[in-house]
Design a protein around this ligand. Structure first.
Ligand SMILES: [Zn+2]
Length: 195
């Protein structure tokens, strides 16, 4: 594999065209409604507290996992709600199984954010609204630039996997090609028994 397997955004964030921005905002509205009654996290301490009580999961780079965490994410933000972390594993495992390659992994380029960090990313030029499911620890981004350039079939299979899981009501996903990620948010009922 080429050495730049960890999807690194360019130093300057490319400007997302208006049309793409409108599509992203419309799709974000769906998941913001799902999580409207969950307050956003406002400090790194809150994220640490969630880890301490076990309602959040620390994303680590372990060989056996079907995903890796980009070194670009500051350590305090390598965290997801346990539900979102379980969804990440399910997506990556299904994707790997369909490609029949246990060496493959997805790269998480963004996970938890505080309200301040969300605003800082917007100020840097990333597409987003001040209110985000990332600040509920319910969303993560997967890098797609490397796949698009080096393994288009793997990217196609990822999109199919996301389509299937979205049809099952498990998630909301948004392709953000300008910045090179697919954003994924877990549905509130994910992982709960259906009667
Ligand atoms: Zn995102």
């Amino acid at each position: 594999m080429p050495p730049n397997r960890f999807d690194q955004p360019a130093a300057a964030v490319p400007i997302t065209p208006n049309e793409e921005m409108k599509r992203i905002e419309a799709a974000q509205a769906i998941e913001l409604e799902w999580w409207a009654n969950t307050p956003p996290v406002t400090s790194e301490q809150e994220i640490a507290d969630r880890l301490a009580v076990g309602t959040a999961h620390l994303l680590e780079n372990k060989g056996e996992l079907p995903y890796r965490v980009s070194e670009k994410i500051p350590e305090p933000f390598r965290v997801l709600d346990t539900k979102a972390a379980a969804l990440l594993t399910e997506i990556a495992q299904q994707w790997r199984e369909q490609l029949n390659d246990q060496e493959l992994f997805l790269v998480v380029s963004s996970a938890a954010r505080t309200v301040d960090r969300q605003q800082a990313l917007i100020d840097q030029g990333y597409p987003g609204a001040p209110d985000s499911s990332h600040t509920r620890l319910m969303a993560f981004d997967i890098g797609i630039s490397w796949l698009a350039d080096n393994d288009p079939n793997a990217l196609e299979v990822l999109e199919q996997t996301l389509q299937t899981l979205q049809a099952e009501g498990k998630l909301n996903y948004i392709f953000e090609p300008t910045v090179g990620v697919v954003h994924i948010c877990v549905h509130p009922a994910y992982g709960e028994e259906r009667s």
